[in-house]
Design a protein around this ligand. Structure first.
Ligand code: APR
Length: 252
């Protein structure tokens, strides 16, 4: 592992334009469960119950969605950025970070001090609520209060449309601007570092492929193997919260 840490540090030292790509694995050490590890969210809930189509077409599905989302939000409220998030911000402080492309909806990169304009949230954010019809934005805590008072599927005060966290559910269209920007930045970096993602959900999992095809070096830091390990220049199987600070310590 020490040799891999040194290799990763050398790759970072030799790069100026790094894209960091994160998944739920970067936040598990902050107490937020991921999706596909044993005990992850998809071992407790069936993703089929949480598709966008189910949400918009079925009141009972909306109740179930808000139950799961409220449980997730409570874990979010007490979550703090961990050593992995902080190590990633150090790359920005060094002037080496082009951007962070994240699949996460927890906002912990920004809370750790990453510049918001350098964080591309491919799957939106759970920290805001919007109306699916008129797009009006609501403060999440205010909507959670309505739910705590018994409103099982809140609607918009202005147009009575369905309120939903500003996240992208399965079956919901991806945010066009963020997706295009992520592809562009993946294609323009000299080093692409994946941290804590199973790389099984598209189009997010396409980003490391774009980077590699356009000549970037690819590093994957993940607890388990991913389908893209074969194309990486370096794979480190370990916990982000301990591996990343060790790498940054070698870089400095
Ligand atoms: N350090 C390193 N890797 C970790 C850690 C950790 N502390 N904790 C978990 N992991 C790894 C797991 O081994 C797993 O391979 O992170 C990966 C997380 O994978 P997923 O749970 O599939 O999460 P993610 O890749 O972000 O999922 C993508 O799927 O359900 C959708 O929209 C959801 O954004 C999510 C998308």
């Amino acid at each position: 592992m020490a040799d891999q840490i040194n290799q990763a540090a050398d790759l970072i030292k030799g790069s100026e334009k790094i894209v960091v790509f994160t998944g739920a694995g970067v936040s598990t050490e902050s107490g937020i469960p991921d999706f596909r590890s044993p005990g992850g969210l998809w071992s407790k809930y069936d993703p089929e119950d949480f598709t966008f189509q189910r949400f918009v077409s079925n009141e009972k599905a909306r109740h179930k969605y808000w139950q799961m989302s409220t449980e997730f939000y409570h874990s979010l409220q007490s979550a703090k950025p961990n050593a992995a998030h902080i190590a990633i911000v150090e790359l920005e402080t060094m002037g080496k970070l082009d951007c962070i492309i994240t699949q996460n909806i927890d906002g912990l990169h920004q809370l750790a001090g990453a510049s918001p304009e350098r964080v591309i949230e491919l799957h939106g954010t759970a920290r805001a609520i919007s109306c699916l019809s008129c797009k009006k934005r609501y403060d999440r805590d205010g909507v959670q209060e309505r739910i705590a008072k018994g409103d099982k599927a809140p609607r918009c005060d202005d147009c009575n449309g369905l309120l939903k966290p500003a996240t992208i559910s399965f079956g919901q269209s991806m945010p066009e601007r963020e997706t295009a920007e992520a592809i562009k930045r993946s294609g323009g970096c000299d080093l692409f570092i994946v941290i804590g993602s199973s790389l099984v959900v598209q189009p997010a999992a396409y980003m490391p492929v774009v980077a590699k095809e356009r000549g970037a070096r690819l590093v994957i830091i993940n607890r388990e193997a991913t389908p893209h390990d074969y194309m990486a220049d370096l794979v480190i199987h370990g916990s982000a919260g301990s591996v990343l600070p060790e790498i940054l310590a070698q870089v400095k």
